[in-house]
Structure formats: structure tokens, C-alpha cells
Ligand binder design. Structure first.
Ligand code: ADE
Length: 410
């Protein structure tokens, strides 16, 4: 039995999923193909994803290929309850309620595993790692996000990975666009929907200058904020300097920032001692996968707080007011709707085609973390350009020859 908030929300969910579909032409083309080929006929697919309108379009695509699909949330706060209701009305078993407890979150993961999936589609590796703890072996899996890929590579290195997994995050048509432009826009969107603050003129601290951090910094700058980047990697730090940002350590940034956003994938990036140094009114948000980047548990232990607006908690810290957004969970999915559909179009096209790849090739694959096959990556880019009506140049035979030769010089 599915476990969702309210079936009464299904019509709203249907309209919103249709709207998102309008922005996802690549996935629509893949769906048309899947409807004809039924390439996933008879397979059970267990998904652990943010339950959004974009995810709905992915799971409906998998279903259209003949699969039975089971879906739980990949974060307790990211579920859109109207989407769950609509998906249940479409024959997808959904186990996800926005705001569910950690215990419920794991019960929902177990409910998906109880269906004995053949393929796992994951975002953050909670479904995969729970399957491993329970000794459940599947044909293969896919992983959507940086944090999940890091966890899976650690499992591979420790020799405990029990089935092949495709790192969808590492496809170029995923991380160059979803992580940068998706996280960039949706993080700002989450902060603004939660607070309605003005960004122009604010000191905006971004911790982490990977693809996601680059996107957040770029968009905050575009709205007139003065961006300060905090990084541990010297090359990325240098890149941030040359991109025109102030770069410093968290200790110095703590005293300067009006808004702090973590996007590192690591823990304790903003520590209690940093928070103690912050200005009255400082705002803290996280857009990394897990809620461990800001020391939220310690904040709760040490200081009183109250909810001042939805997704905004005010902490009183030695007479100063410090605001935490979305409880330190993914602000872009908790107080906004996640990445825009047009960028998820490419991420989920990679997901759908990677699931098909596993269904067709799983017997030949080893217990490893694989890249998305480059043909799939290029195909997704080609389709996206085509749907945007954008033409690109082709190499001439002479140019191909020139590029593969070494004799010709000045
Ligand atoms: N991750 C980030 N944004 C998302 C979205 N809109 N849907 C599903 N997963 C996401």
C-alpha cells in the first residue's frame, strides 16, 4: 500500500506534472521510444528520488517502458505531496510525505526494497546502502548526485559493492548543467521564497566551489551580492579568485557574511564557533545533499529557537539573532521546488537511458561504479540542442584528418 499525504491533491499534481513535462522535451522523446520498445517490460524499478514534478516525468517514462515502479523520497523535506498523489493515481507505488520523520523516511526506503526491485535509481545512495546492509543484490543501479557517487566509490574501494552502479552525476550533460545552473538558480530561489530578502548589496558567503558552488556564486553575483568563496582545494580557490570573487577561510568569512550557503558535500563546514562570530541577522542555508554541513544539531542543543516564517528558524545566540533556513536541509528543494524542469530534462534523460543500459547489459557488468556511456552523454546533448532548435558546426574530412595528424605545423 502506498503511503502518501492526501489523494485529494492528485488533480493539482497532474496539472503541475504536465507543466513540467512541457519543459522536458528530451525526456518526452525518450518516453515515446520506450512506449514502443517496452524495453523495461517485466522489470521492477525501485527509486529513491526527490518527489517533484520532474521526478514524476522520469518515473512515468520508466513505467511507459513496461516497468513496475516504486518510489520513496531521497530527503524528508523535498516531497511535493500533490505529485505523490498523482503518481499513485497513475499506478506508481509512492512512499513519501513532506516533513516525514527520519524513522518514516527509512521505513519508506524499506517499503521500496520489500518490493524486490531489479534495478535501483537513487539520489544520495540511501536506497543503495540500505540494500547493501540488508544483503539485497539487484541487477544494477544508477546514482544521481555527487554525494551518492562519493559514497558508492567508497563502497567500491572497500570491496563491498555488490552490483554495478552508473554514476549519472558524472555525465557531462548532468553536472555541467544541473549542478551549476540548476543548483545556482534553485538555491537562490529557495532562499528568496523562504525570506523575501534583497540580495543586492549583501555579503553572500558560498562554501564549496565545485559545480554547485560555482552556480550559486554566479547567480548571487548576478543579483548584486558581494560573493565571498570559502574553499579547501587550492585549485578551486584560485579559480574562484580569477572568477572575480573574494576568497577566504570560514573563520574570517563568519564575521563578514550576511548570508551563508554550504554546497560542499562535507560535514561541519559551518561550525558552532563560526556561528558564534556571525553578525546579528545572519542567514544560514545548505544546498548540499545531507543536513550535516551546518552544525544544526549543536545549534539546537545549545540555543533557543522559534519558527519566525515557514522554513525560517530564529536562534538566539548570545543576544544575536541567527536564522537557519529549512532546518539545514536542501534549501532549494525544501522551500522551493528544486532545479527547474528544463535542466532536469537532461539529468533524467541520462537516468532513463542508463536504466535501459543496465537492463540490456547487466550480465556483462562488474561490481563497479561506471561512467554513463559517452554515447548516451552526447546523445542527450544532441537531443537537447535539437529541441532548442540550435544548429552546430560539423568537422570537414580535412579538419578530422588535421586533428588526428602531427606532421602539419607552421
Ligand atoms: N534535484 C534537484 N532538483 C530536483 C528536481 N527538481 N527534481 C528531482 N530531483 C532534483
Amino acid at each position: 500500500m502506498p503511503d502518501i499525504k492526501d489523494m485529494g491533491l492528485k488533480d493539482l499534481g497532474k496539472r503541475r506534472v504536465e507543466w513540467a513535462s512541457g519543459q522536458m522535451p528530451v525526456l518526452r522523446l525518450i518516453k515515446e521510444d520506450f512506449e514502443k520498445s517496452k524495453v523495461l517490460r517485466g522489470l521492477k524499478i525501485g527509486c529513491c528520488l526527490h518527489v517533484t514534478t520532474e521526478t514524476a516525468n522520469l518515473v512515468l517514462t520508466l513505467k511507459s517502458a513496461g516497468a513496475d515502479v516504486y518510489l520513496c523520497a531521497s530527503n524528508p523535506l523535498s516531497t511535493q505531496d500533490d505529485v505523490s498523489a498523482y503518481l499513485v493515481s497513475e499506478g506508481i507505488d509512492v512512499y513519501a510525505i513532506k516533513g516525514e520523520s527520519t524513522q518514516k523516511y527509512y521505513e519508506h526506503i524499506e517499503a521500496v526494497l520489500d518490493k524486490k526491485p531489479d534495478i535501483i535509481v537513487d539520489d544520495g545512495a540511501d536506497l543503495n546502502s540500505t540494500a547493501h546492509k540488508k544483503n539485497i543484490v539487484v541487477m544494477g543501479g544508477t546514482e544521481e548526485t555527487t554525494t551518492g557517487v562519493i559514497r558508492l566509490k567508497a563502497m567500491e574501494k572497500a570491496g563491498v559493492l555488490k552490483f554495478p552502479v552508473i554514476a549519472v552525476n558524472d555525465a557531462q550533460t548532468k553536472h555541467l548543467f544541473d549542478n551549476r545552473y540548476g543548483t545556482g538558480q534553485s538555491t537562490i530561489d529557495g532562499i528568496l521564497r523562504a525570506t523575501n530578502i534583497l540580495l543586492a548589496g549583501k555579503k553572500f558567503v558560498v562554501a564549496g566551489y565545485g559545480m554547485c558552488g560555482k552556480g550559486v556564486a554566479m547567480r548571487a553575483k548576478g543579483m548584486g551580492a558581494h560573493v565571498i568563496v570559502v574553499e579547501v582545494d587550492p585549485i578551486r580557490a584560485l579559480e574562484a579568485v580569477m572568477d572575480g570573487f573574494e576568497v577566504t577561510d570560514m573563520d574570517s568569512a563568519s564575521e563578514k557574511g550576511d548570508i551563508f550557503v554550504t554546497v560542499t558535500g562535507n560535514k561541519s563546514v559551518i561550525k558552532i564557533e563560526n556561528i558564534m562570530k556571525m553578525k546579528d541577522g545572519a542567514i544560514l542555508a545548505n544546498s548540499g545533499h545531507f543536513d550535516v554541513e551546518i552544525e544544526v544539531a549543536k545549534m539546537r542543543e545549545l540555543f533557543p529557537s522559534r519558527e519566525i516564517r515557514p522554513f525560517v528558524e530564529e536562534f538566539l545566540i548570545n543576544g544575536k539573532r541567527i536564522y537557519l533556513l529549512a532546518g539545514g536541509r536542501l534549501v532549494n528543494l525544501a522551500s522551493a521546488e528544486g532545479h527547474p524542469s528544463a535542466v532536469m530534462d537532461m539529468s533524467f534523460a541520462n537516468q532513463a537511458l542508463s536504466v535501459k543500459f543496465i537492463a540490456e547489459n547487466w550480465e556483462k557488468l562488474e561490481k563497479r561504479v561506471y561512467k554513463v556511456p559517452p554515447e548516451i552523454d552526447s546523445y542527450v546533448a544532441e537531443l537537447k540542442l535539437k529541441t532548442m532548435n540550435i544548429k552546430i558546426e560539423k568537422l570537414t574530412p580535412e579538419q578530422i584528418k588535421y586533428l588526428s595528424s602531427w606532421e602539419e605545423g607552421t
